[in-house]
Design a protein around this ligand. Structure first.
Ligand code: NAI
Length: 804
């Protein structure tokens, strides 16, 4: 018999199981079988196909759920569409009341949801009880607040419409809250597809929300595997897709939505660095590592899976880590004293085993604790690799399991280089007692979140999301709300209004192209051939071809180089070489934009003349375009030191700095109309925020831009910050979209080419901004402002706890 004195002797843990009674009763009330939650009620799937939901800790079947078919997805989208006008038409306050009610319900059902989540996913009750479910409630409360404030804080914006949301299995209910709360707050209606391994808490919350009075059709849940997800992605009546999951599927979705006009946000994989400098508090670091990689069995997109340690302390840290790993407890998730539960499914367990085998085969040193995992479920022990080469498979590929790889560095610069040495950019942790070092390193790491002396902290007030192949868009905070809003210009600009301006680049071909003298001059003009503008120099195109540019009356105005793939490559290289522009102060960037305006204003009449000759518009009209370009340059000169970040109110003792960082190298394909103003309207915000640019000017009327480079040249703009490649706009834009060293592409033109750009961007998951509907560039509401600045930046949230 166990006695108290005996326990004191051995210090062994006894079992401390949480009851599964309430959760199993909820499943039993549904006879263990679930239909789909559509239009405020349960419906049976049309195909009748069901699949099993397994408890990964026991391998027993928990329930059967429906594989939603095309007809089911149609019905769910139709229900959401029907509910949309009334929901969007509610006052912000009314939606706030609904979200507040949902938050309250989550708290009231906290135990049921926590246990159900543990049963379904295999994660420990300690985590679902103390982290997942409280954060779910927090998200609904926080976004009740945004619903209340949306009209005041986002004037001129409207909900996007019907939103399709596809979520993974690692934080099933939390990911649902991250997606549903902002969508509903902004006035959208939702069709959500949970992951096939973990659908139960989403179904449960949909039912709870209905009982709490959420109008039918506002939140619909369809279950199924990737096929159901694909139906949602391709559905013509969906206005936005929000996805969290693997980069691989994110890429498929990027391609599938190309040219559809659907708004898209992607939160994808990661291989996040956990950087330890030699002055860090190593005992805190050890607990940090436990949280970083063994939390949720390492099935965390932002898991600190690469431990980068200052060489001098590596051995000491690894020794401490091994000692700590010996004490971790893997076992039944409902046991409150368990550190790690089960892996979600056999396929994931297999993936982890295979990657670990690869690590060993590639020569890294494997270490696992001496104790054995339970064998009846899908368990895997905490695992540590040392002696890992930076290019090794396990150092590059997301394992999504409890596997840590360790590498060492000697200098901060080397640490940053190693940190950025993957295609991902989701999160990073930096550990040092030196605040100067921490704040010097944080901006250099390509990641959407940086935790200083902490890790895996999340809050509804702070945006979360990636750089590079970790996706785009943010969830949480003000920055997350933008994902569910669109500018309300009445005409459906930049949205899915069909038709658009396909072929807007068309211009009148001259009936008889001629080099004839102009009526004002009896002698033929001197041949004028414009070169490309690359790296601050006028350079000849790679291929010795030029295209003739004719004016509206058929008069030859000049020739421009016919840019090709090689010219784009050179321009991208030059733009990268000018990356120091990002570190120029806002004041100085503003000064240069003012200087460009000053030099352009001196030549305003001349530029108006060019515009008149090219477009055939009247002199006054042309002059208006030049004047508007000057105003715009002034606007972005003004913005250069005013597009501030924020300090978020997160519930820690510390601050979270939301910094607006430039994206990097932007490719910009300018609109055909307003050849000068269109160019300036896009390039100036990119410059104001610290990006470097490869611009393709209006194909029909490129001379405004090619003339402009003499102005740029005279205005102290460093070489390579703006590069101009003339030629076939759509083909060149596609080359930019395919280029792995271009970080974002903006395309303004026709729909077919926009689709090509979006599709090609999937290569490195670069951000795109593609529009094919007309925009009034002369209107300041449409032609400038925060929308442009948001597109030109990405938010990095830096968490800095403080206190002794
Ligand atoms: P996944 O990306 O395949 O699944 C995520 C969601 O997308 C699920 O709801 C799934 O049904 C859906 N889906 C799958 N194919 C789809 C398609 N063609 N169109 C639309 N939706 C589709 O992730 P999976 O297979 O569960 O895990 C594979 C790997 O992905 C993991 O080992 C891990 O490395 C990574 N992963 C990353 C996550 C993250 O949060 N970053 C989350 C889950 C997985």
């Amino acid at each position: 018999m166990t006695t108290v004195s005996g326990i004191f002797e051995t210090m062994a843990y006894g079992p401390a199981p949480e009851s599964d009674k309430q959760a199993l009763e909820w499943v039993a009330r549904h006879d263990g079988t679930f239909g789909l939650f559509i239009g405020g009620g349960w419906t049976n799937g049309k195909s009748g196909e069901l699949f099993d939901v397994i408890n990964p800790a026991t391998t027993a079947r928990l329930a059967r759920v429906t594989q939603a078919s095309e007809a089911d997805v149609d019905a769910a989208v139709a229900a959401a569409r029907q509910a949309f006008p009334a929901w969007a038409g509610l006052s912000g306050h009314a939606r706030a009341r609904h979200l507040y009610a949902l938050a309250r319900e989550v708290q009231k059902h906290a135990r049921l949801l926590a246990v159900l989540e543990s049963l379904d996913n295999g994660k420990s009750i300690r985590e679902t009880r103390d982290l997942d479910i409280p954060l779910v409630a927090r998200h609904f409360y926080h976004h009740a607040g945004w619903a209340q404030l949306v009209e005041a804080e986002f004037p001129g914006h409207a909900p996007v419409g019907v939103v399709g949301q596809i979520i993974p299995w690692n934080f099933p209910l939390l990911m649902m809250a991250w997606k549903v709360a902002p969508a509903l707050a902004a006035g959208n209606t939702v069709v959500l597809k949970p992951a096939e391994f973990t659908p139960l808490t989403a179904l449960c919350l949909a039912e709870i929300a209905h009982h709490a009075g959420l109008p039918p059709g506002v939140l619909n849940v369809v279950t199924g595997d990737g096929r159901t997800g694909e139906l949602l992605v391709r559905h013509p009546d969906i206005d936005k897709i929000a996805f969290t999951g693997s980069t691989e599927v994110g890429r498929v979705i990027r391609k599938a939505t190309a040219g559809s006009g659907k708004k898209l946000s992607l939160e994808l994989g990661g291989k996040s660095p956990f950087i330890v400098f030699d002055d860090a508090d190593l005992d805190s670091v050890v607990e940090g590592v436990v949280d970083a990689i063994w939390f949720n069995q390492g099935q965390v997109c932002c898991a600190g899976s690469r431990l980068l340690v200052h060489e001098g302390v590596a051995e000491r840290l690894v020794t401490k880590l091994r000692a700590r790993m010996e004490k971790l407890r893997v076992g039944p998730p409902l046991d409150k004293a368990i550190d790690m539960g089960a892996i979600v499914a056999p396929v994931q367990l297999e993936r982890i085993r295979k990657l670990v085998d690869t690590g060993v085969a590639e020569g890294a040193t494997l270490w696992q604790p001496s104790w054995a995992c339970p064998t009846e479920g899908y368990f895997y022990p905490p695992t540590l690799f040392t002696g890992v080469a930076p290019a090794a498979t396990i150092a590059q590929v997301e394992i999504f399991g409890p596997v840590l790889v360790t590498m060492t560095f000697r200098t901060p610069a080397e640490a940053v280089e190693l940190a950025n040495n993957t295609p991902y950019g989701l999160a990073a942790s930096v550990w040092t007692e030196n605040v100067n070092l921490a704040l010097d390193v944080a901006p250099k790491i390509k990641a959407g979140v940086v935790w200083i002396n902490c890790t895996n902290l999340f809050d509804a007030a702070s945006g979360f999301g990636g750089y590079r192949e970790s996706g785009f868009g943010r969830e949480g905070g003000r920055e997350g709300m933008w994902e569910y809003l669109k500018a309300d210009r009445g005409s459906g600009l930049g949205t899915r209004s069909s038709g658009g301006a396909a072929g807007r680049t068309k211009h009148k071909a001259p009936a008889v192209p001629s080099r004839a003298p102009s009526p004002e001059s009896p002698v033929p003009p001197i041949d004028r051939t414009y070169k490309m503008f690359i790296g601050g120099k006028q350079v000849r195109p790679d291929a010795p071809y030029a295209r003739q540019i004719f004016g509206a009356g058929g008069r030859l105005l000049g020739e421009v180089g016919e840019g090709n793939r090689k010219d784009i490559r050179d321009a991208v290289e030059a733009a990268h070489a000018a990356a120091a522009w990002a570190h120029v102060s806002g004041h100085n960037r503003g000064q240069i934009l003012y200087y460009i305006a000053e030099n352009l204003s001196v030549r305003a009449a001349e530029f108006a003349g060019h515009l008149e000759a090219m477009t055939g518009r009247g002199r006054d009209d042309a002059r208006r375009e030049v004047d508007a370009s000057l105003t715009r340059l002034f606007s972005y000169a003004a913005w250069a030191d005013k597009y501030d970040g924020a300090v978020h109110h997160v519930p820690i003792r510390g601050v979270t700095l939301a910094m607006n960082e430039p994206i990097g190298v932007l490719g910009i394909a300018c609109p055909a109309e307003h050849p000068l103003l269109g160019f300036v309207s896009l390039v100036a915000p990119a410059l104001a925020t610290g990006n470097t640019v490869v611009a393709i000017p209006s194909e029909a009327h490129p001379l405004a831009a090619t003339e402009l480079y003499t102005v740029l040249d005279a205005s102290d703009l460093p070489g390579g910050v703006v590069n101009i490649v003339t030629g076939p706009k759509d083909a060149l834009a596609k080359v930019l979209a395919e280029h792995d060293d271009v970080d974002a592409v903006w395309y303004f033109g026709n729909r077919a080419a926009a689709a090509e750009v979006e599709r090609a961007s999937a290569g490195n998951m670069k951000r795109t901004w593609a529009e094919w509907d007309e925009r009034d560039w002369l209107d300041n509401q449409q032609g400038e402002g925060r929308e442009f600045l948001r597109e030109a930046t990405q938010v990095k949230n830096i968490w800095i706890p403080y206190g002794e």
